[in-house]
Design a protein around this ligand. Structure first.
Ligand code: BES
Ligand code: MN
Ligand code: ZN
Length: 459
């Protein structure tokens, strides 16, 4: 869907921000009829509350909006779905750009399988806000959400490659893909092993944009498992139900890429997506199998359900070969990260304390929160293979998110800095600005961070 702000008109309904301190005075200035209406409808000025007041003729007059909970920068996004269709404008917003973005993000709906989208509340572009920028960010997030929400029967490896190509094409980026048996010839043994059982061939999609330009080189890698059955170590029904979202890392990488390219940031961008379906057939990879990796390390398969780190190992190795200044990967990698931090707070890992600081700050700035977990080296011992260099899982199952990150770390050597985001890629229930369903977690954060780095290296 296309998320847009409205052109300012005369006939729009103000969304007026009211706060506790000024509430008594504001009440006194309302008409007696409006005061009576507030009272009759039991309106209380609590966080998240709003009320639509009518004019004497019954047409909408203004919305009184109490603001959200402390620190909820996307709070106003709730109004995008709560208000009736019509045109609205901000009145008294302290952060109009963030409010406008929150409103667009809150108005997102996944309507691919619905007859016709219901008319919606439209927010007019606030004065002084870079409307194109806000719309670009919202639509990049919407792209990520759409990809995650699309079920695997309509978004298999071939369709995900097409979506990546469409985005690249829209920005004049170069795309290369390596598909099926060619993965073996070009040395991506792990991507091939994980994806070979599926009807649609496994692949690497490699996008470059502004390759001959100036600025730092940034590589984004995203886990693109279009469906994760677990493989022969098959998942039980409840754990498999949502596994269309296991390409959420690829969706986040594409969303961040869309923002970076759309804003024409002065960076040399690469997006590498390992794309597979972790399926079951006579050709499936097995527990106990040993494969070489692109990097040359041999890997023993302790569990076919730890497939994400296998395909990421080859993709990270490829991106790392070019020694990018910044290498970032996104992946719906472990259930353990969700046990630790829940669905709304992606874990991130990096050895670079300066980068960790930038990530935390960018996340707070743009309301895309994340939390650092340690690359605790002693746990890497658990990944020793019995007959190969590495096992893809450690015994015991403790610290699963850290162990997965430590596995990935073995495949990154030359990048100037590396960070790994273990995301959920999904909002289990609707929150302000975050409708239930797919979510491009950490994409806005990474865009902001890259923009900041690009600006600093320019000076
Ligand atoms: N895609 C899953 C991880 C996942 C599960 C993310 C549920 C979000 C919600 C991944 O491929 C997986 O299955 N990981 C296993 C690893 C285990 C076998 C070591 C996990 O987390 O259970
Ligand atoms: Mn899995
Ligand atoms: Zn997976």
């Amino acid at each position: 869907m296309n998320l847009r702000l409205g052109e300012p008109t005369r006939a729009s309904v103000a969304i007026e921000r009211v706060d506790r301190a000024g509430w008594k005075k504001r009440l006194a200035k309302l008409s007696p009829a409006a005061r009576a209406s507030l009272k009759a409808r039991g309106f209380e000025l609590r966080p998240g509350a709003h009320i639509l007041l009518d004019k004497p003729d019954g047409s909408p007059d203004r919305v009184l909006w109490a603001g959200g909970e402390e620190g909820d920068a996307l709070a106003i996004g709730k109004l995008a779905s709560a208000l009736p269709a019509g045109r609205y404008r901000l009145d008294g917003s302290a952060a109009p750009a963030m409010d406008a973005l929150a409103f667009l993000l809150g108005g997102y709906r996944f309507d691919r399988y619905r007859k016709k989208p219901a008319p919606a509340a439209v927010l007019e572009a606030p004065a002084g806000v870079d409307r194109a920028e806000v719309e670009r960010i919202a639509n990049a997030v919407a792209l990520g959400r759409d990809l995650v929400n699309t079920p695997a029967n309509d978004l298999g490896p071939a369709a995900l490659e097409r979506a990546a190509r469409a985005l690249a094409g829209a920005h004049g980026a170069r795309v290369k893909s390596i598909v099926g048996p060619a993965l073996l010839k070009q040395n991506f043994p792990l991507v091939h092993a994980v994806g070979r059982a599926a009807r649609e061939a496994p692949r690497i999609v490699d996008i470059s944009w502004n390759a001959r330009g100036k600025g730092p080189s940034v590589a984004l890698v995203g886990k693109g498992v279009c469906f994760d059955t677990g493989g022969l170590d098959i998942k039980p029904d409840a754990a498999m139900l949502l596994m269309k979202k296991d390409m959420g890392g690829a969706a986040a990488a594409l969303a961040a890429g869309a923002m970076i390219m759309g804003a024409r940031l002065p960076v040399r961008l690469r997006i590498v997506l390992p794309i597979v379906e972790n399926a079951i057939s006579g050709d499936a990879f097995r527990p106990g199998d040993v494969y070489s990796s692109r990097k040359g390390l041999t890997v023993e398969v302790g569990n076919t359900d730890a497939e994400g780190r296998l395909i990421l190992a080859d993709a990270l190795a490829l991106a790392d070969e070019a020694a990018p200044d910044l290498l970032i990967d996104f992946a719906t990698l472990t259930g353990a990260a969700r046990v630790a931090l829940g669905p709304d707070l992606p874990a991130f890992f990096t050895d670079d304390d300066a980068l960790a600081d930038e990530i935390a700050k960018a996340g707070a700035r743009v309301a895309d929160p994340v939390w650092r977990l340690p690359l605790w080296k002693p746990y890497a011992a658990g990944l020793a293979g019995k007959i190969a260099d590495l096992n893809n899982v450690a015994g015991g199952g403790f610290a699963g998110s850290i162990v997965a990150a430590l596995f990935l770390r073995r495949f990154v050597e030359r990048a100037g800095a590396w960070a790994h985001f273990d995301i959920y890629g999904w909002n289990p229930s609707a929150k302000a600005g975050r409708p239930e369903g797919g979510e491009a977690q950490a994409a806005r954060l990474v865009y902001d961070l890259v923009r900041d780095r690009a600006a600093r290296t320019r000076n």
